[in-house]
Design a protein around this ligand. Structure first.
Ligand code: ATP
Length: 812
């Protein structure tokens, strides 16, 4: 049975729209609240107090009222609110609506989930209604949201509360294919809800797109839209909007920057921060837990958490899309017993919207990036917000946890803090964010790393995902602004890689710069007299500075070298050890040699971990006297003798080689002659040409000390010789000898003597038997100039595979 309509309702129904607008205008005008005052400070009107016109000339006060019905709102808006079961106003609505209704600019700040959306949707509807805005008037209001999902949600609220109005509204967000259709219709829309990028696209591309008459501009999550990420877009948008307009800014963490307000041409805005005096900056019904979790245990902790909360609706924040993708894919394959979903900015828009709606409806775990951090009001309450990675600042934390405990419902959140991020707690305290400190219960921990490792082995496509997740996490820490809290060099990088199931730690190129700068600061330590850290710092600094001009790969290598040094000097270098991460692949990484490092600066270690000069081992093995290495004079004498011996040997070998070449050339000439004589066919010319072509390479007369060039003579270029040398070295030495650890000088000499085309003169080498890293100093004849030229072949054996990494002319 239909309820009889109230007298007020019947009365209002009788009032024509025109009269209603006149009435509203004079009501707002006569009873408007003083600028700068907070309507909430006024005593509330009694519940049954008459509203609207009291007599011919007076109206009821609307500032400080607690009920929507007591506000000077159109019947259509009131009906919409009633349909949505919105009766009593929240604090921010009470504080801001009286100002907003009389056309003032607003800077509204209130806790998450406190009803800020209605605080700007209502004034938009009312303003356009009072201005009698119609389809022919075009764009009357623009509401900008930082994310597509939030824009979609605002659009739903607008549709619901404004359903009795006749305005047309459009949702303009990126990722939608129907941009052409939008372009056709956008000029007919009265209210645009959009993301900055899409709005700007229309401003740039849509013919006759006109916002010059718009009345109200709203920035939801204003601090986010005003921050540097949207600066370019927002400036371009603002430049196309009329200066005479009402501007409403809302956020749980509001900007107070004068520059921001100036950018928006706001004039004496009302700053309404309704919870400024509140004891907490977060909802009172939100229980917030912080746990200190080492980086390598984060996934174990997350997995354990999910397994013990299978009946909950959980929102999990990670710091990058790639982490989200990896954790989602990996956990899905492990079947935790609750539906898993993921949401990040790299997904197609339709998928994003579908995931968002599904999560609103069903109990599940949603892994997401900060794309879901702000504004989203998931229909059925979220039970837990889990922050696996620390947010960039307190504001971001407040928005993330604000996805639960909305309006009058409760909620819980947990944040995993790394030991190095513990300072975040002080920031929480300063920002009035009450967190409870909980110790992780080890008995409940269900390790997942081993399972991930086997998953990665089973599904090859998962491994690159894990690597990308690893790198993007470290990069996100590296790029954080707050360097007091986020220091990538304090992270146990190697253990973290293992916890993702990765068999090896991926390369982290971007870290090098940090390592270098740390090295410089270590130099400052050196400047201080008697510094106990001096010795250790010296080792590290030298290593870093020696590689200033090295390429990326080698830069990474230096990271590992530095860490290696620290490992060996563990006790002494604990100070630096805190700064430079250890890695699991140190021993393997050490094999890579920085080719650009000045010769002789390479540091090798003896069994006790002491550093030795590069030739120390040869000297050591040949002299048998370790002490000799420590005496610079003896060492110099030793090198001098070595040089003389080599020179002598060079001369002798040169003579022998010349002789051999001469003989060989004569032999070849004889052969050619024989062939020419035998050939009687008419293809003689052709044959000769062919042969000439075949031999068109550059020939050198190795007999001539001046290195004259003689076409038609046997020989190969130096490049070919080197290439052949490399090949031979690789095949014969590396594969056979080095891998078996039977590398010996005798073998090499034998090999080179047998090898005809290459006039390999002499060869000495450095061998580090236990490292399987070898430098071959190979002396060749450079036939063009007929001097002895030395190439170094650097060979390394990495995980059982020989690899010639490079060769070059050293300045020995
Ligand atoms: N006056 C009201 N009466 C009842 N429910 C309300 C009222 N105002 C808002 N709500 C409800 O409170 C919830 C939170 O509102 P809203 O999304 O506007 O919060 P918010 O302050 O914008 O949050 P955030 O800062 O996270 O964006 C919504 O579900 C909304 O329907």
């Amino acid at each position: 049975m239909r309820r009889p309509k109230s007298r007020d309702f019947k009365k209002q129904q009788r009032i024509s729209e025109e009269t209603e607008i006149e009435l509203l205008k004079s009501w707002i005008q006569t009873q408007q609240v003083d600028s700068g005052s907070n309507p909430m400070s006024l005593p509330p009107l009694p519940k049954n107090a008459p509203t609207g016109r009291l007599d011919e000339n007076t109206f009821s006060r609307y500032a400080g009222v607690a009920n929507f019905n007591q506000l000077p709102l159109s019947k259509k808006t009131k009906d919409g609110l009633k349909d949505g079961k919105f009766v009593n106003m929240t604090d921010i609505q009470r504080a801001s609506l009286p100002h907003a209704l009389c056309g003032r600019d607003i800077l509204g700040a209130a806790k998450t989930g406190s009803g800020k959306t209605l605080a700007f949707i209502i004034p938009v509807l009312e303003k356009l209604y009072r201005e009698r805005w119609g389809p022919e008037d075009g764009v009357g209001s623009i509401i900008i949201s930082p994310t597509r999902e939030l824009a979609g949600q605002l659009f739903d609220v607008l549709k619901s509360v404004g359903k009795h109005h006749n305005f047309s509204a459009g949702l303009l967000i990126g990722g939608r294919k129907d941009v052409d259709m939008e372009k056709e219709r956008v000029n007919e829309l009265n209210i645009l809800i959009c993301t900055p990028g899409r709005l700007l696209q229309h401003m740039d591309e849509t013919p006759n797109f006109d916002c010059s008459q718009m009345q109200v501009l709203v920035l939801d999550e204003a601090d986010r839209i005003l921050d540097s990420g949207f600066k370019r877009e927002l400036n371009a948008i603002i430049s196309q909007l009329p200066k005479r307009r009402q501007t409403l800014l809302f956020s749980a963490t509001q900007t107070k920057s004068v520059q921001d307000l100036a950018r928006l041409s706001m004039k004496d805005p009302e700053y309404l921060s309704v919870h400024e005096e509140s004891v907490t900056a977060t909802p009172t019904l939100l229980k917030q837990i912080v746990m200190v979790v080492p980086l390598d245990q984060k996934l174990d902790m997350l997995w354990s958490f999910i397994k013990t909360h299978l009946q909950s609706k959980i929102l999990v924040f990670l710091s990058s899309c790639k982490q989200v993708k990896f954790v989602y894919e990996a956990f899905k394959k492990l079947h935790p017993g609750i539906p898993l979903k993921c949401l990040h900015g790299r997904m197609k828009q339709e998928r994003r919207m579908a995931i968002y709606s599904e999560f609103c409806e069903k109990r599940s775990v949603l892994f997401c990036t900060d794309v879901a951090a702000r504004g989203l009001d998931f229909n059925k309450a979220v039970d837990w917000v889990v922050q696996v990675d620390c947010p960039e600042n307190v504001a971001s934390y407040i928005h993330r946890v604000g996805r639960t405990a909305r309006y009058k419902s409760g909620g819980k959140s947990v944040l995993f803090l790394l030991p190095s991020e513990i300072q975040m707690l002080e920031k929480f305290k300063a920002a009035k964010v009450p967190v409870h400190f909980n110790k992780p219960r080890k008995e409940l921990l269900q390790p997942v790393s081993a399972l991930l490792a086997s998953l990665l082995a089973k599904y090859p496509d998962l491994q690159p995902r894990a690597q990308r997740a690893f790198i993007t996490y470290l990069r996100s820490i590296h790029l954080q602004k707050d360097k007091e809290i986020f220091d990538v060099l304090k992270l146990p990088i190697d253990e973290y890689a293992a916890s993702l199931g990765l068999p090896m730690t991926p390369k982290i190129r971007f870290l090098n710069q940090k390592i270098k700068s740390k090295a410089v600061s270590k130099e400052q330590i050196l400047a201080e007299p008697e510094s106990p850290k001096k010795e250790n710092a010296l080792i590290v600094t030298k290593k870093k500075l020696a590689t200033d001009d090295s390429n990326d790969e080698e830069e990474d290598n230096d990271l590992f070298m530095a860490a290696d040094t620290l490992n060996e000097d563990e006790g002494k270098a604990s100070e630096i050890g805190e700064v430079i991460p250890a890695t699991r692949v140190l021993k393997k990484k050490k094999l890579k040699i920085n080719l650009h490092r000045p010769l002789g600066s390479r540091v090798v270690f003896d069994d006790e971990g002491n550093t030795l000069p590069p030739l120390a081992r040869i000297a050591d093995t040949q002299s048998g006297k370790e002490s000799m290495l420590l005496d610079p004079e003896q060492k110099a004498e030793y090198y001098r003798r070595m040089r003389e011996d080599l020179k002598k040997a060079d001369k002798e070998d040169k003579l022998v080689d010349r002789q051999r070449r001469r003989e060989k050339r004569i032999k070849q000439k004889m052969k050619l002659k024989e062939v020419d004589e035998d050939d009687t066919s008419g293809s003689e010319e052709e044959e000769t040409d062919d042969r000439a072509n075949k031999r068109k390479k550059v020939y050198f007369d190795s007999d001539s000390d001046e290195g004259e060039r003689n076409d038609g003579k046997a020989g190969v270029t130096v490049e070919e010789q080197e290439a052949l040398a490399l090949k031979l070295m690789f095949v014969e030495l590396i594969e056979r000898s080095i891998m078996k650890n039977e590398f010996c000088g005798h073998y090499i000499m034998k090999l080179t003597e047998d090898w005809d085309p290459l006039t390999l003169h002499s060869l000495c080498y450095l061998n580090q038997p236990n490292n399987s890293s070898i430098i071959l100093y190979v002396k060749l004849f450079d036939n063009e100039f007929c001097y002895l030229r030395t190439i170094i072949i650097i060979a390394s054996v990495h995980r059982g595979f020989g690899q010639v990494t490079n060769f070059l002319d050293p300045a020995l």
